[in-house]
Design a protein. Structure first.
Length: 211
């Protein structure tokens, strides 16, 4: 990603800590594309940790939930710093647009499918993953038609990942009283419902902009 057109609006880019980390990254040989690729690694680790909840119990289940939440946040940090390293630090390459967009799809799938497995409802995780990809497709399709990128929610990427993180931490805290899988399942239902609304909103916008 080498420009700011149709860039996802993030207030975190204007924070001092984000700028400081970007300066440190820019002083290394790490490229924006490598940061984007690493986001998939973090997402796979998050998905595996959340899936492990189905087989772990006690302290192990709590640890898996907290590691999953941490890896989701690491994925989001990668999504933040790949763009800042490319644009603010001027380190973007010719394939930046590819690496900025494509890794997000397997990352979403890994996290949501893993969450479904941890909830004991794999089909629900797949439903959330399919909707996440479809929501992103509608945005990209609109852009391919020359329209402005539509990043609205209620279940855009940052909203989905916030829901996953809150659910994982909440499940860890509530584990003495509520089965962690039940908490994850409720969060997945929220993601599915919200993503359905988001898909309808974005789809209607793409359609209406063509008229």
């Amino acid at each position: 990603m080498t420009g700011t057109k149709n860039r996802r609006p993030l207030t975190s880019r204007d924070t001092g800590w984000a700028r400081a980390v970007t300066r440190r990254l820019a002083a290394t040989r790490i490229t924006p594309d490598q940061v984007s690729a690493f986001s998939v690694v973090a997402a796979v680790l998050a998905g595996l940790s959340l899936a492990a909840v189905a087989w772990a119990d006690g302290g192990w289940a709590i640890a898996a939930l907290l590691v999953g939440a941490a890896m989701v946040q690491l994925r989001l940090l990668c999504n933040l710093f790949d763009g800042m390293l490319a644009v603010e630090a001027g380190r973007g390459g010719p394939a930046g647009a590819f690496w900025n967009e494509v890794p997000d799809r397997p990352a979403d799938i890994a996290i949501l499918v893993g969450m479904g497995m941890g909830a004991g409802e794999p089909w629900l995780g797949w439903a959330a993953a399919v909707l996440a990809v479809f929501v992103a497709y509608l945005r990209a399709f609109g852009v391919s038609l020359g329209q402005a990128a539509d990043y609205r929610g209620p279940m855009a990427k940052q909203h989905r990942m916030a829901a996953v993180t809150v659910a994982a931490v909440g499940a860890a805290v509530l584990s003495p009283w509520v089965a962690p899988g039940a908490v994850l399942a409720v969060a997945l239902w929220v993601i599915v419902a919200g993503s359905t609304v988001t898909a309808l909103r974005r789809g209607r916008t793409v359609h209406d902009r063509l008229l």
